[in-house]
Design a protein around this ligand. Structure first.
Ligand SMILES: Nc1ncnc2c1ncn2[C@@H]1O[C@H](COP(=O)(O)OP(=O)(O)OP(=O)(O)O)[C@@H](O)[C@H]1O
Ligand SMILES: [Mg+2]
Length: 328
């Protein structure tokens, strides 16, 4: 079994909120990711997915907890460690136009990454730019075009080429297809599937679209108000969702059962604010299965049939050594 590429432990990210209060955007997240593995990160808007993704890559500050990348502690602020992280990780963003500098042609934008990270000797840069463009399905003839002269799908491919220019071990893709037309989305998803197989890329795939997550991800983590409430192999989580929040999310996807009538409000109201977290399990005010204990105690993670679930409905089914194996 290969060692984890990424190990995140009890990660917290707080922002200053109104009247001196804290926004607990990420509130104690732990997980591991192996080389080449794809983890889907799902949950309602505002649950902390982007904040978590940025914190892991140290594009945003962390307030507490640990992040180890390839055996190096990158959570502590050591400059060499963060430099190493920059050399081996990349992020792909939602808006393909805004992610690229409008004044640079896409060839220049890709070349810039190669130059800054000294990935190839200067004389090889032009050839490598053409190679990377071909890798993501862009004709090298487009190298002189600026983002405005390209389609959304072409810009997203250019963004992916920029990310691949550093030959990363880990990419965080944050809603990277959400802004694209459905047919272009499918092309970009297929490209990611192909690239991750070819380059043994680990991928954290943040998405609202659970159908896409099911297609592309080996594992899925469901976030609710800054915490992972359920995590496991994609087919286990989709096949037998356990947390009442995951079940409500699954009920909201028409693709899984197109004949099922969607409830008008599958989740029962707005999520509470991370400024004002409920006591106990943060989901209890919206949970049909809530018990008195759910109002009082935050549920520790339990291991149920290979998945982690933070819910009082379940008993831990694993031995300690099995837990260590799951976390290894
Ligand atoms: N720079 C910031 N300052 C203050 N609060 C912030 C900041 N960035 C994010 N937040 C808050 O942190 C919480 C998590 O935000 P985040 O953007 O990570 O959610 P998300 O799951 O990515 O949502 P979406 O699906 O809409 O992209 C939200 O309540 C948000 O308002
Ligand atoms: Mg986001």
């Amino acid at each position: 079994m290969s060692a984890p590429l990424l190990r995140v432990k009890d990660l917290q990210v707080h922002f200053p909120g109104p009247k001196g209060r804290l926004v607990r955007a990420v509130n104690g997240v732990s997980f591991t990711l192996k080389p080449g593995e794809t983890l889907g990160l799902v949950g309602e808007s505002g649950c902390g997915k982007s904040t978590l993704g940025r914190a892991i890559l140290r594009l945003g500050d962390i307030s507490a907890g640990a992040v180890d990348f390839d055996g190096i502690d990158v959570g502590g602020g050591d400059r060499d460690a963060i430099l190493r992280l920059r050399l081996e990780t990349a992020m792909i963003f939602q808006d393909p136009y805004n992610a690229l500098n409008p004044r640079l042609s896409i060839g220049q934008a890709i070349a810039e990454v190669l130059r800054v990270h000294r990935k190839v000797p200067p004389a090889r840069i032009a050839a490598r730019v053409a190679e990377l463009m071909q890798l993501v399905g862009l004709s090298p003839d487009l190298a002189n075009r600026r983002p405005r002269a390209l389609s959304g799908g072409q810009c997203q491919r250019a963004g992916i080429a920029r990310a691949l220019a550093i030959v990363p071990k880990l990419i965080v893709a944050d809603e990277c297809v959400a802004a694209l037309d459905v047919s272009i989305q499918a092309q970009i998803i297929n490209l990611l599937i192909e690239l991750k197989a070819r380059m043994n890329l680990a991928l954290i795939f943040i998405a609202h679209d659970l159908g896409v997550v099911r297609r592309i991800c080996d594992r899925v983590a469901v976030m609710y108000l800054g915490r992972i409430v359920e995590e496991g192999a994609t087919e286990d989580v989709f096949g037998a969702p356990r947390h009442p929040y995951t079940r409500a999310l699954m009920r909201a996807i028409p693709e899984i059962d197109p004949d099922r009538i969607l409830p008008a409000d599958p989740l029962g109201g707005e999520p509470p604010s991370p400024l004002d977290l409920p006591t106990g399990c943060a989901f209890h005010p919206r949970c049909a299965d809530a018990m008195p204990v759910c109002r009082q105690e935050y549920p520790a993670q339990r291991f149920v049939a290979g998945c982690r679930v933070a819910c009082h409905l379940y008993q831990d089914q694993t031995t300690h050594s099995e837990q260590e194996r799951i976390h290894a």
